[in-house]
Design a protein around this ligand. Structure first.
Ligand SMILES: NC(=O)C1=CN([C@@H]2O[C@H](COP(=O)(O)OP(=O)(O)OC[C@H]3O[C@@H](n4cnc5c(N)ncnc54)[C@H](OP(=O)(O)O)[C@@H]3O)[C@@H](O)[C@H]2O)[C@@H](O)CC1
Ligand SMILES: Nc1ncnc2c1ncn2[C@@H]1O[C@H](COP(=O)(O)OP(=O)(O)O)[C@@H](O)[C@H]1O
Length: 364
């Protein structure tokens, strides 16, 4: 077990070669945000750029993409299935009915067919192109009203039934996994799609809650799931308690033990958030000394997810990216609190202090 230090973090910072271009520093695909959590999509996207990623694409519902674009010119957006949303969203909330309508429509309407294909291929291309994928910040666990989830689910149905590729069809009925609604189906489809992805994948917030539901349908642990090879998960204590099916008090009493255990069980880097955040890959364990109560404010976890993704995009290993992200996130909070107080700092303020934290680490 090791405490993170300035020197350690300084040594982990990725190089910035002079002879470089934006793709030298990697591409983050951030699947985030939903109708009530637009801020999370913004915070997790900008923070990836703030730590040096060259390019961030936000994949979300059209309305979230619009909101984020209105706030910042720095994020590229991928509105999922825009045309289908416009055509169908208000008319037919039933996913199966929609899938049928789409199947019918694509033979009747040449434009719609082209648009559908383009939209689905766009997302598939981005999954393959991205150097790192982050998923979950503000991705609502709500029921069928969640626009993004329903859209993605539709896109998978469409993709599976179309001639776009030889995608394996996910038949939820024949699966051990519980797939209780469209959102889980959406996440399961994404998880399946990501199995073969060789690049890091970061799961946060509601993505973790989906994983918990797959692990413990009806609170009975009946199955195991496999995360992509280079996964990082960033639970707060309640989220880890859901993942491990334990009480929060039990997790908090043995933070190092359970972080390590989860890392081994899920074969992932685990970041257990809170004061003295614990980071483990199942072998090494790091404890973070930075941060203060200014960070106990809505949205700071979304900033952390983006920071870790931004370092992964630059080719840093998952465990090192987690250490860099956590330490600099806390340090940015410490510097911000000197200016703004622990009372007054906002998650959006934290974004502006990330460069100062990096400068401080570079100065050792
Ligand atoms: N601007 C935006 O768009 C924002 C969007 N956001 C997005 O919203 C989504 C849902 O986020 P959320 O905050 O509603 O749910 P979540 O964090 O699971 O809390 C639920 C309950 O869990 C508990 N609990 C929480 N932390 C704990 C801890 N450290 N230790 C122990 N327990 C803890 C606590 O329950 P209690 O203990 O009070 O019973 C709490 O009431 C998510 O996708 C996120 O990305 C947010 O980031 C905010 C800004
Ligand atoms: N008292 C504290 N001291 C240090 N860090 C904290 C403190 N409270 C919260 N944090 C940090 O702030 C972030 C909060 O993340 P999270 O709980 O996911 O919030 P949200 O979902 O609102 O973004 C985590 O990185 C956590 O470690």
């Amino acid at each position: 077990m090791q405490n993170l230090t300035h020197d350690h973090i300084n040594a982990l910072l990725p190089p910035r070669p002079d002879n470089s271009h934006k793709m030298t520093f990697g591409h983050v695909l951030n699947i985030a945000g939903s109708i009530h959590y637009r801020g999370a999509a913004y915070l997790s996207s900008i923070s990836a750029l703030r730590v040096g990623a060259g390019y961030v694409t936000l994949a979300s519902s059209p309305s979230v993409c619009d909101s984020v674009s209105a706030l910042t010119p720095n994020v590229v957006t991928l509105p999922l299935l825009t045309q289908m949303t416009a055509k169908y969203d208000n008319n037919a909330p039933n996913t199966d009915l929609l899938a049928t309508q789409i199947q019918t429509a694509r033979w009747q309407t040449i434009d719609l067919q082209a648009i559908d294909k383009m939209a689905v291929l766009q997302l598939d291309d981005k999954l393959n192109q991205a150097s790192v994928i982050s998923i979950g910040s503000g991705l609502s666990i709500g029921q069928s009203t969640d626009q993004l989830s329903v859209n993605f689910s539709r896109s998978r149905n469409y993709l599976d039934n179309s001639s776009l590729g030889n995608k394996k069809h996910h038949n939820s009925d024949s699966d051990d996994l519980s797939v209780p609604n469209g959102n889980s189906e959406f996440f399961y489809a994404l998880l399946t799609q990501l199995q073969a992805n060789p690049n890091p994948v970061i799961f946060d917030a509601d993505a973790l809650n989906f994983i918990s539901r797959l692990l413990h349908p009806g609170n009975i642990a009946t199955t195991s799931i496999t995360l992509p090879k280079h996964s990082i998960i960033t639970p707060h204590p309640k989220e880890l308690s859901r993942l491990l099916n334990l009480d929060v008090s039990e997790i908090q009493a043995k933070r190092v033990h359970y972080t390590n255990m989860a890392a081994k069980q899920l074969n992932a880097v685990v970041v257990l958030k809170g004061k003295h955040t614990v980071i483990s890959d199942g072998e090494q364990v790091f404890i973070n000394p930075t941060g203060n109560s200014a960070l106990a404010k809505a949205g700071t976890g979304d900033v952390l997810t983006g920071m870790i993704a931004g370092f992964c995009a630059q080719g840093v290993s998952p465990i090192d990216a987690a250490c860099l992200g956590v330490y600099l996130h806390g340090l940015a909070g410490d510097i911000a609190a000197e200016d703004l107080s622990q009372y007054g700092m906002l998650a959006s303020d934290l974004l502006n202090y990330i460069p100062r934290a990096i400068l401080q680490v570079l100065s050792v």
